[in-house]
Write a protein that binds this ligand. Structure first.
Ligand SMILES: C[S@@+](CC[C@H](N)C(=O)[O-])C[C@H]1O[C@@H](n2cnc3c(N)ncnc32)[C@H](O)[C@@H]1O
Length: 231
C-alpha cells in the first residue's frame, strides 16, 4: 500500500512509535519486521480492529515487540516511551481532537505524521492556530485517490494560512510536486460544484464565501505557474 509505505518511509524515530487507530496493524508490524528496535504502540478505540492487529503481529512473530492498547487516541501512552506519532486514515476533525487531548504533544520532541481522509482544512486550521508547525506535506496517489500526509512538530508559533492554503496545503511545503497540480484541479472542481450547488439553493452568502476560496486557489495556481508544465 503506497499510502502506508510512504508513512513508514517518513518515520525517523529512535525512541518509539505510536500508531493511533492501527486497525490492521500494518505500521507497527512492518516496523517490527524491519528490525525497528524502539518502543511500538498500536492503539485502537474498537476491540475488533485491535484484535486483528494483534493476530497480524502474532502471525508474523512480532506480537511481543508491540504494546496493544484499547484506548481513545493517545490516552494511556507514556510520552517518555515514544518520539513519533502516526494517525492515519481518520477524519481531520477526529485527528484534531486526539492531538488536542494529548497536551504533552506540545513539545518539539515529537514528530506527528498525520494523514486525514477528510476535512484536511479543519486539521490545518487547528494546527496552524495551536502552535503546531506543518513542516512538510506529501501527496500519495493510490487507486486513483490522492492522500495527504502532513509532517508536523510543535513549535509554539502560529502560522498564518490563507483559506486556499487550508484546503490545499502551502505549495512550498509540498514534497510531491508532480501530484500538486492534480490536487489543485481536483479541489477546484469540487469547490466549483459546491459553489454552484449553493447558488442553485439560493444560499448566496455561503456561495460567496466558497467563491472567495476558489479565487484563492486560482491565486495559488498562478503563483506556482512554473510547475504547470510539470504537473
Ligand atoms: C480507517 S481505519 C485506518 C487504519 C490505519 N490507520 C490506516 O491508515 O490504514 C480507522 C481506525 O481508527 C480507529 N479509530 C477511530 N477513532 C479512533 C480514536 N479516537 N482512537 C483510536 N482509534 C480510533 C477505528 O476503530 C479504525 O480501526
Amino acid at each position: 500500500m503506497k499510502r502506508l509505505d510512504t508513512i513508514l518511509s517518513l518515520i525517523h524515530s529512535s525512541v518509539g512509535v505510536a500508531d493511533v487507530g492501527t486497525d490492521h496493524g500494518i505500521v507497527p508490524v512492518t516496523l517490527a519486521l524491519n528490525g525497528y528496535s524502539g518502543n511500538l504502540y498500536a492503539t485502537d478505540v474498537h476491540a475488533p480492529p485491535l484484535e486483528a492487529a494483534r493476530r497480524q503481529a502474532e502471525k508474523n512473530g512480532v506480537a511481543a515487540k508491540i504494546r496493544f492498547l484499547l484506548t481513545d487516541g493517545l490516552d494511556g501512552i507514556d510520552p517518555s516511551q515514544i518520539d513519533s506519532i502516526v494517525i492515519a486514515g481518520l477524519g481531520g476533525d477526529v485527528i484534531c481532537s486526539i492531538v488536542d487531548r494529548a497536551e504533552w504533544t506540545m513539545d518539539s520532541a515529537y514528530e506527528l505524521l498525520l494523514q486525514p481522509m477528510t476535512k484536511a482544512e479543519i486539521l490545518r486550521f487547528w494546527l496552524c492556530n495551536n502552535g503546531y508547525e506543518i513542516r512538510k506535506e506529501h501527496l500519495v496517489e493510490e487507486n486513483g485517490r490522492l492522500f495527504r500526509i502532513l509532517s508536523v512538530r510543535f513549535s509554539g508559533q502560529n502560522t498564518p494560512m490563507t483559506d486556499g492554503e487550508l484546503y490545499l496545503g502551502k505549495p512550498e511545503l509540498m514534497q510531491s510536486r508532480n501530484l500538486f497540480g492534480k490536487l489543485l484541479q481536483q479541489e477546484k472542481k469540487r469547490m466549483e460544484k459546491k459553489v454552484n450547488g449553493l447558488l442553485v439553493s439560493e444560499k448566496n452568502e455561503e456561495a460567496a464565501f466558497f467563491r472567495q476560496i476558489l479565487d484563492d486557489f486560482t491565486g495559488i495556481e498562478e503563483k506556482w505557474e512554473p510547475w504547470k508544465g510539470k504537473c
